[in-house]
Design a protein around this ligand. Structure first.
Ligand SMILES: Cc1cc2nc3c(=O)[nH]c(=O)nc-3n(C[C@H](O)[C@H](O)[C@H](O)COP(=O)(O)O)c2cc1C
Length: 389
């Protein structure tokens, strides 16, 4: 109800902030535990082999400080499995607790954030958090609205991936545009082939080089830039999704729009539908006599009809706003002192969030898909038991 959990059967709960206040300065707590994130994942069935390095692999995709266009922050994001898995790596069916340490938590960074207490960062969550939580809000590094919270989602998504891999369902995300640099739409196969071939993860390699140059230019002007991420889901069976409030596209949208800095999502043709005729864009089904299955001649709907998967690949795009925190001088307010002020902030930030957000989009998609499969196959299994009697 209070928005810290997602999913109906496969359910993920995250706790922790950018610098996780309560255990930041407590000497009774070992250094390793200070400022970390906790994730509880309920719904991994028993008997699944879960190893920390597989989760770590996904976390390392999101971790800052890995390339010349990242924030210089280098939180090591090491993951520990605390419950729900036996010593042989087998899940027990109980909730799995994951702990992600923050190996780069230094007093100087905390003090820098403390010096901005009361200062609203334009475009950041500070103002609305203050309206809701008042003086008790976490002022350090955006608290729960921090991009750091998304490490928890990536860890949970890695567990969903282990399950989806076994069912032949794959999720891949890539950068489609940054600022005015637009890449071509690529096939699932090309997105896999050129996955992470450049530091922006754009499989259109020419466009990728231009994106990197653009990000550097914008960083040197103390500014930031937005972009789009494209996500493909391959191998999802038809019949997944529920009427009417839990349509598959509605559940995926909820998952994706819950990520900070995401401002929009479109499936298939998306907003391009607005100027089209039905005769141009309807996906025509054809019965395939060889396979006995139905093929669609086009996939403008993005693989979902009536909120239920039609067996085609699911494709959607997500728009990401420019990183709100920028070094350039801006007008703002101090909500504690009730003053108009100028701000040029010098904490560490990414000039573009896209290269760090695509693994979060993959993770939230996997969580939404696995949860939706639980619901739809649960319905099917109960229906069968009733109708077989
Ligand atoms: C992976 C990731 C990294 C982010 N890094 C930053 C950052 O370095 N600086 C910043 O101001 N916002 C960053 N954000 C964005 C904020 O989380 C978010 O935009 C802000 O809290 C405002 O919320 P809204 O954009 O959803 O309205 C990041 C978000 C994500 C998902």
């Amino acid at each position: 109800v209070l928005g810290n959990s997602f999913g109906r059967i496969f359910r993920v709960t995250t706790a922790g902030e950018s610098y996780a206040g309560a255990f930041r300065k407590n000497d009774e707590i070992p250094q390793l535990l200070r400022g970390g994130l906790t994730t509880i994942v309920d719904g991994i069935p028993d008997g699944v082999q879960i190893e920390a390095p597989e989760i770590q692999k996904e976390l390392d995709k999101r971790r800052p400080g890995q390339s010349e266009i990242d924030t210089p922050r280098s939180e090591r994001d090491k993951v520990y499995i605390l419950s729900g898995v036996m010593e042989n790596g087998m899940s027990t069916g109980a909730p799995i607790t994951l702990y992600i340490s923050n190996g780069e938590l230094h007093d100087e960074h905390v003090e820098k954030h403390a010096s901005y207490k009361g200062v609203v960062r334009p475009g950041q969550a500070t103002y609305s958090y203050f309206e809701k939580y008042g003086r008790n809000m976490d002022w350090f590094g955006a608290g729960r609205a921090s991009g750091r919270e998304t490490a928890s989602r990536v860890a949970a998504g890695a567990l969903a991936k282990i399950c989806l891999d076994k069912m032949g369902v794959d999720v891949v995300a890539y950068i489609r545009s940054i600022g005015s640099v637009q890449s071509e739409e690529v096939s699932y196969e090309d997105a896999k082939k050129n996955y992470k071939k450049n530091i922006v993860n754009c499989p259109d390699l020419d466009a990728g080089s231009q994106m990197i140059e653009l990000i550097k230019e914008i960083r040197d002007k103390d500014d930031s830039v937005g972009g789009t991420v494209e996500v493909i889901i391959k191998g999802i069976p038809s019949g997944i999704g529920e009427p009417v409030f839990d349509k598959l596209d509605a559940v995926i949208s909820h998952a994706i729009m819950s990520i900070g800095a995401v401002k929009g999502i479109e499936f298939g043709l998306g907003f391009d539908y607005k100027t089209k005729m039905g005769s141009e864009v309807n996906d025509v089904p054809k019965f395939n006599e060889h396979s006995g299955k139905t093929d669609f001649l086009t996939n403008n709907s993005g693989g979902i009809l009536g909120g239920i998967s039609n067996g085609d690949e699911i494709r959607f795009r997500v728009v990401i706003k420019p990183t709100p925190t920028i070094a350039r001088k801006q007008e703002t307010i101090d909500v504690m002192k009730k003053e108009n002020i100028h701000l040029s902030i010098s904490t560490r930030n990414d000039p573009c969030i896209c290269p760090r957000i695509y693994p979060v989009c993959e993770a939230m998609t996997r969580i939404a898909i696995l949860d939706s499969m639980y619901c739809s196959f649960g319905y099917k299994a109960v229906k069968k038991m009733i109708n077989d009697k």
